[in-house]
Design a protein around this ligand. Structure first.
Ligand SMILES: Cc1cc2nc3c(=O)[nH]c(=O)nc-3n(C[C@H](O)[C@H](O)[C@H](O)COP(=O)(O)OP(=O)(O)OC[C@H]3O[C@@H](n4cnc5c(N)ncnc54)[C@H](O)[C@@H]3O)c2cc1C
Length: 478
C-alpha cells in the first residue's frame, strides 16, 4: 500500500499539465496552480523533433534522445500531431555540404529500427526504411511533372513546384519529423483533467511564496483575485517554465540556468491554401542574416515562420542567465511587456514581413503572404550554461522537490518517468506504469475547445486544426 500524498504542481504548461494528467490518473491527489486562465499558454511549439534534424550542430546523443522521446510523446499525445514530414534543404551559402548530414541520418534510422524491434508500438513514424529519403535534382524535376515512384514522393510535389531550385544543394532530404499543435494539446489535456476527481486546477492563481513548515511539508502561498491563501503539500513540482528560478529562490536551492526570448510569426498565404505542404527547413548559421528559415504549414492557408536571425526569431539581449544572487534570469522589460501585455502593431508588422522576406528567398511565390495574426512567442528555459542544449528533463535539488526544465516538449515523458521514480522511492506510488494515451476525447470536441482557446488568445481559429490526422497510420495493427 502506498502512502497518501498531496502533490502541488506549479505551472500548467505542457510540463505541469502533462504531469498533473499522469499522476492524477495514477490516483494521486494533485493540485495544479496556473497564473493564466487556461493550460499550455507558455512559449509555442510546432515541431516534433524526432531526431533533431533541425540542429546539425548538436551531438548525435542528443539527436538519438530526441528521437526516442518524440516517439514516446507521439504515443502519449497522438491527437496533437500533424502527420506530415519535414523537408530539409541546405542553401548554397551554407559552409557545410549536405552530405555531412548523411551519417547521422543513417544512425537515426538504425536507432528507429532498434526501437521498433524493442516494441512494435514504437512504429509511429512509418516504416524505418522510410525514416528519411533523399531526392536528387533529377528526381525533383521528375516530381515536378508528377512522376511519383513512392507514396512519400507526393510530399515533394509542392516543394518541387514552389522552391527556387537554384538556391539549394541536392539532394533534398525528407524526414519523418511531424508537426505539433499546442492549441490541441491545451484543449485535450484540459478536457481530460476535467474528468478526473483527483485533479484540482486553480486557474488565475499565482504562487507567491513557498516555505517548509514544521511538519516538513511545503506551505504554498498563492494569490487569486487579490486574496492570498495558504495550503500545505507533501511534494512540490516546479513546472513554471522560464520562471523556475523564482521558486528556486523561495527554496534557496542551488541552480544554474538560462532563459531565451524567441518568437515565431503567423502568416496567411491565400495561394498556399490549395496545397498540402510538408514543413520546409532551410538551414543556416544561427544569429547571422542567413539563420535557419522554418516554414511550418497549418490548414486554411496559415504558415508559421521562424528565422534564426536577430531581426526575426532571435533578439539582441534575448538570452539571459541566472546569477550568484538569484536563480531567476532577468529578461529585459520589453520582453516581459510582450509576454505579460502585448506587442506593438508596428513590431508585429515589421518582424512578420522580415520573416516572409526571409522565406521568400527560397519560396518566391510566398512573397504574397501577409500578416496572419500576432506572433507565437515566449521565453524558454535552458538548464545549465550551454545555450545549444536541446534535451533536458527534471532535477531534484532538494528532498520532495522536482524542478522541471524541459527544452523541447517531447522530453515530458522522460521527465514524468523520473518524477514517478522519486514518488516510488518516497512510498507515494508502488510501481511503474506504462505510458499509454490518457486522453480519449473525441477529435471534434478537441477541435471545438482548441478553436475557443485560439479565439481567447486572439489567434485565428484555423490554427486549432491539423492538416493530416494520420489515423490510418495509428490504427494499423503492427
Ligand atoms: C518561439 C519558440 C518556438 C518553440 N518551438 C518549439 C517546437 O517547435 N518544438 C518543441 O518541442 N519546443 C519548442 N519550443 C520550446 C517549448 O515551447 C517549451 O519547451 C515548452 O513550452 C516549455 O513548457 P513548460 O511547461 O516547461 O513551460 P511553460 O509553457 O512556460 O509553462 C509554465 C507555466 O507556469 C505558469 N507559471 C509561472 N509562474 C507561476 C506561478 N508563480 N504561479 C502559477 N503559475 C505560474 C505560467 O503561466 C505557464 O503557464 C519553442 C519555444 C519558443 C520560445
Amino acid at each position: 500500500m502506498s502512502k497518501k500524498a498531496k502533490i502541488a504542481i506549479v505551472g500548467g504548461g505542457v510540463a505541469g499539465a502533462s504531469t498533473a494528467l499522469y499522476l492524477s490518473n495514477l490516483g494521486l491527489e494533485v493540485t495544479l496552480f496556473e497564473r493564466e486562465s487556461s493550460l499550455v499558454n507558455g512559449p509555442p511549439f510546432c515541431h516534433l523533433h524526432a531526431g533533431g534534424n533541425l540542429y546539425p550542430d548538436i551531438s548525435d546523443e542528443q539527436c538519438i534522445k530526441l528521437l526516442k522521446q518524440s516517439i514516446d510523446f507521439l504515443r502519449f499525445y497522438p491527437h496533437v500531431v500533424d502527420y506530415r514530414p519535414t523537408v530539409i534543404a541546405l542553401p548554397h551559402y551554407c559552409s557545410s555540404n549536405v552530405e555531412n548530414l548523411f551519417p547521422r541520418l543513417k544512425k537515426l534510422q538504425k536507432e528507429y529500427e532498434l526501437l521498433i524491434e524493442k516494441d512494435l508500438n514504437n512504429r509511429v513514424l512509418g516504416e524505418s526504411q522510410d525514416y528519411y529519403r533523399l531526392y536528387t535534382k533529377e528526381q525533383i524535376l521528375a516530381i515536378q511533372n508528377a512522376e511519383i515512384t513512392h507514396e512519400l514522393d507526393r510530399w515533394m510535389i509542392p516543394v518541387a513546384k514552389n522552391i527556387d531550385l537554384s538556391k539549394v544543394q541536392f539532394p533534398l532530404i525528407l524526414v519523418q519529423e511531424y508537426g505539433l499543435n499546442l492549441f490541441r494539446l491545451g484543449a485535450s489535456v484540459g478536457l481530460a483533467l476535467d474528468k478526473i476527481d483527483k485533479a484540482t486546477i486553480r486557474f488565475n492563481t499565482t504562487v507567491t511564496n513557498i516555505v517548509k513548515d514544521s511538519q516538513n511539508s511545503w506551505n504554498i502561498s498563492y494569490q487569486k483575485d487579490e486574496e492570498t491563501k495558504q495550503e500545505s503539500f507533501d511534494y512540490l513540482i516546479n513546472a513554471t517554465g522560464f520562471r523556475t528560478g523564482k521558486i528556486d529562490d523561495f527554496l534557496d536551492v542551488p541552480c544554474k540556468k538560462m532563459v531565451e526570448f524567441k518568437a515565431a510569426y503567423v502568416t496567411h498565404w491565400e495561394e498556399g491554401k490549395k496545397t498540402l505542404f510538408p514543413e520546409i527547413i532551410f538551414h543556416g548559421e544561427r544569429g547571422t542574416p542567413e539563420g535557419m528559415g522554418q516554414f511550418t504549414p497549418y490548414p486554411n492557408g496559415y504558415f508559421q515562420l521562424h528565422g534564426m536571425t536577430n531581426e526575426i526569431t532571435l533578439y539582441k539581449d534575448g538570452l539571459v542567465a541566472s546569477t550568484a544572487l538569484s536563480c531567476q534570469p532577468q529578461l529585459k522589460a520589453n520582453f516581459i511587456e510582450k509576454i505579460e501585455k502585448s506587442w506593438s502593431s508596428d513590431e508585429v508588422e515589421q518582424r512578420t514581413n522580415s520573416a516572409i522576406k526571409h522565406l521568400s528567398k527560397f519560396i518566391p511565390s510566398f512573397s504574397q503572404a501577409t500578416v496572419g495574426s500576432k506572433p507565437l512567442f515566449g521565453a524558454q528555459q535552458i538548464p545549465g550554461d550551454d545555450p545549444s542544449l536541446r534535451v533536458a528533463e527534471v532535477s531534484f535539488p532538494t528532498k520532495k522537490y522536482a524542478r522541471c526544465e524541459i527544452v523541447k516538449v517531447s522530453s515530458v515523458i522522460d521527465m514524468i518517468e523520473a518524477i514517478v521514480g522519486e514518488l516510488i522511492k518516497l512510498g507515494y506510488l508502488d510501481k511503474h506504469y506504462n505510458f499509454e494515451p490518457m486522453v480519449d476525447e473525441k477529435e471534434s470536441d478537441i477541435t471545438k475547445v482548441a478553436e475557443l482557446i485560439c479565439g481567447e488568445r486572439d489567434y485565428p481559429k484555423g490554427l486549432a486544426h491539423r492538416s493530416v490526422l494520420g489515423l490510418g497510420l495509428l490504427s494499423k495493427k503492427f
